[in-house]
Design a protein around this ligand. Structure first.
Ligand SMILES: CC(C)(COP(=O)(O)OP(=O)(O)OC[C@H]1O[C@@H](n2cnc3c(N)ncnc32)[C@H](O)[C@@H]1O)[C@@H](O)C(=O)NCCC(=O)NCCS
Ligand SMILES: Nc1ncnc2c1ncn2[C@@H]1O[C@H](COP(=O)(O)OP(=O)(O)OP(=O)(O)O)[C@@H](O)[C@H]1O
Length: 197
């Protein structure tokens, strides 16, 4: 049996970086944002349905994230429509991964894990966390979102304190070394639990 660890946190708090640390230590990793990237690219499963709802968002046969962000900032209902198209496809991709993996520990990196009430499907949930100031700095430093786009996405997410309260593990992502240490302890703790089960 594979142990299913959900990995979540607020935007830009270090989910992908932390997921890679789990992968480097032998865990199988599935990433919801990466699944969306595959679906938005040429021949991806979301291109046709997204084109039906937002024809302008299809550029060169792909879903353009730049155009989508413009649409989202002008239309209060757009994100809900996008989610209704994308989330069932993401759930299917996740279930396919879980059906195939043989790993002892599978880590599923899911930004909206608690927002979508998915916690019941995991054996445990780990939440990454860093101060709001560092979070903002890191997201804006990427240069892919304006301050307004960042605020708008943030306002749609559950407050980080609530995510932490619902999680079994918290991983502080203040430095890479500190996060790596905590990832090692989480894995040890899970393996200890599996041994005693
Ligand atoms: C809003 C979009 C265009 C922004 O694209 P961009 O390349 O700038 O960012 P990226 O996809 O890497 O997402 C960055 C972060 O934004 C947050 N975020 C993304 N979508 C959402 C959402 N629907 N609600 C709340 N937060 C979200 C997450 O923390 C995510 O990790 C894109 O995220 C999107 O199409 N989102 C809708 C699909 C979705 O809900 N994805 C979330 C994982 S299933
Ligand atoms: N432990 C850490 N120490 C220092 N910097 C970190 C750490 N973890 C992540 N970062 C930095 O923070 C930024 C955001 O990290 P990452 O992309 O992993 O976050 P994310 O939660 O996956 O983001 P998003 O929600 O946008 O998908 C990156 O620039 C990354 O290098």
């Amino acid at each position: 049996m594979t142990f299913k660890l959900g990995l979540t946190g607020s935007i830009g708090m270090g989910k992908s970086t932390t997921a890679k640390m789990f992968a480097d230590l032998g865990c199988a990793v599935w990433d919801a944002d990466a699944a969306v990237h595959r679906m938005y690219s040429k021949d991806g499963a979301a291109v046709a349905p997204m084109g039906g709802a937002f024809p302008d968002a299809i550029v060169d046969g792909e879903v353009s994230r730049g155009v989508l962000k413009e649409i989202i900032s002008q239309d209060a209902n757009a994100l809900k429509t996008i989610e209704s198209i994308v989330h069932p496809l993401v759930a299917q991709d996740r279930n396919d991964f879980l059906a195939e993996t043989k790993a002892e520990i599978a880590v599923l990196d899911i930004p909206l894990l608690f927002e979508n009430g998915a916690e019941a499907m995991f054996d445990a949930v780990a939440c990454v966390s860093v101060s709001p100031d560092i979070q903002r700095q890191r997201v804006l430093a990427r240069g892919t979102m304006s301050e307004a786009q960042f605020e708008s996405i943030l306002s749609k997410q559950m407050p980080i304190a609530d995510k932490i309260a619902k999680s079994d593990y918290v991983i502080e992502t203040d430095t890479l070394e500190h996060a790596q240490q905590q990832v090692r302890s989480v894995i040890e703790d899970i393996k200890q639990g599996l041994k005693n089960a």
